[in-house]
Ligand binder design. Structure first.
Ligand code: GCU
Length: 129
């Protein structure tokens, strides 16, 4: 298969900022979600053919409180309040994977915070096909 990495700092960010003050991220930084419901990152990804894909989100959550996010693909909710639990430190990055079906061509993948704490710090999305 193939894996394509899409850095969060290069995606469309709504209610969040790119930061680089916690080591261990890929690329040039990560997204610090604003502490608000609806703060979000939206990636545009491409798949040459339709089929199953694993979405792999890399994140850090230095708190002990879950930072769930709704994951949507082309506007359809595919994971309701997908959990991003504490990783132990803001410099400890972990991944969570979700399997979806993508159509051929361009898709938008959105990760939107569902609590007033906002999302975790998000490093990247990988699409594994
Ligand atoms: C701290 C941390 C940030 C993080 C924030 C949060 O301020 O330095 O990187 O985003 O907590 O709770 O979301």
């Amino acid at each position: 298969g193939t894996t394509v990495r899409y850095e969060a700092e290069n995606a469309a960010i709504t209610q969040g900022v790119v930061e680089s003050n916690h080591a261990g991220y890929s690329g040039t930084g990560f997204v610090n979600y604003d502490s608000a419901v609806g703060s979000r990152v939206q990636w545009t990804v491409t798949a040459p053919t339709a089929g199953t894909a694993a979405l792999r989100f890399r994140y850090a959550n230095g708190t002990t409180v879950n930072r769930p996010m709704d994951i949507t693909v082309n506007g359809t909710l595919v994971a309701d309040e997908f959990a991003f639990t504490g990783t132990g430190a803001w410099t400890t990055w972990q991944t969570r994977t979700l399997t979806v079906t993508l159509p051929a061509g361009t898709s938008t993948i959105r990760a939107a915070a569902t609590t007033a704490n906002g999302g975790p710090n998000v490093d990247y999305l990988e699409v594994q096909r």
